[in-house]
Ligand binder design. Structure first.
Ligand code: CP
Ligand code: NVA
Length: 300
């Protein structure tokens, strides 16, 4: 059974297929009469809404489930919740803290599992990011994206996705916030060689897209003050954007912390593509679900 826990679950051809399915005007109704369970341990604006609408557009019915409702590993085990959902649904999406939770869900092979963000990965975001850049640039191969900030879940998935699509992935993080050796091993195993810099200016120089995410991810709130100090100098502002390629675009997965990782001027400026990027979450989700359901033989 195929699952989508991170981008390296896909081949380059499969990634391209998902991006093609994301823009088809006639999406296959692979979920007609079927359901998808969406379990959230963390809050969400974009992911919940884009997933629910993508399920509807494929003919299906989404069921939002707050983690407190099913009590993952408190009311019953992750495995028992997953097996229960497989009795009603054709797919399960989950937003979790520990990445091992989505791995445990997938290990049952009871139904296809889609990672809706874990502490380690955010593949649905990366698909939307690639879709946004493909629509912007025409093709992805040979283009570059510079990620400025914490080498977090969003950065890991984007590094894998950009690399798989033939882009150059550049990243600049403060000391102690870069990719770990384990991350780099995984990225290298996928055949990708990210370019790693100490200073944002070096990463951004000549890049086709500049990407920022929060300095403090969900679950790290107690570190917020320390992180604000450690990330000083890593704000994407007009000066930094000015070092990128002429016509470069600014991307952010959102939610943004205005005045921290990015200035209002950049977020709301002419190079920003944040709203089309957010809207592309739904199109990318529809492509990914159409692909995974077809792969798993869930054609109506
Ligand atoms: N980008 C993203 O995943 O947004 P939400 O946390 O609002 O779902
Ligand atoms: N890195 C952020 C992304 C939010 C969509 C987090 O995990 O909170």
């Amino acid at each position: 059974m195929r699952h989508l826990l991170d981008i390296d679950d896909l081949s380059g051809a499969e990634l391209e297929r998902i991006l093609d399915l994301a823009v088809t005007t006639d999406p296959p109704r692979v979920l007609a009469g079927k359901g998808m369970a969406l379990v959230f341990e963390k809050p969400s604006a974009r992911t919940r809404n884009s997933m629910e609408m993508a399920v509807v557009q494929l003919g299906g019915h989404p069921v939002y489930i707050g983690a407190e409702e099913v009590g993952l590993d408190t009311r019953e085990t992750v495995e028992d919740v997953t097996q229960t959902m497989a009795g009603y649904h054709s797919a399960l999406g989950a937003r979790v803290f520990a990445h091992s939770t989505v791995e445990r869900m997938a290990a049952l092979d009871a139904l296809p599992v889609v990672n809706l963000l874990s502490d380690a990965a955010h593949p649905m975001q990366a698909l939307a990011d690639l879709l946004t850049m493909r629509r912007e640039f025409g093709r992805l191969e040979g283009r570059s994206v510079a990620f400025v900030g914490d080498a977090n879940n969003v950065a890991r998935s984007l590094a894998l996705g950009a690399g798989l699509a033939g882009m150059t992935f550049r990243v600049a993080s403060p000391a102690g916030y870069g990719f770990s050796d384990v991350d780099l091993d995984r990225i290298h195993t996928a055949g990708i060689e990210p370019q790693i810099f100490d200073r944002p200016e070096e990463a951004v120089a000549g890049a086709d897209a500049v990407y920022a995410d929060t300095w403090t991810s969900m679950g790290q709130e107690v570190e917020a003050e320390q992180r604000r100090r450690d990330f000083e100098g890593f704000t994407v502002d007009r000066h930094l954007m000015g070092l990128a390629q002429v016509g470069a675009v600014f991307l952010h997965c959102l939610p943004a912390h205005r005045g921290e990782e990015v200035t209002d001027e950049v977020l709301d400026g002419p190079r920003s593509r944040i709203w089309v990027q957010a809207a592309n979450r739904m199109h990318a989700a529809r492509g990914a679900l159409a692909w995974i359901l077809s792969e798993n033989g869930s054609q109506p």
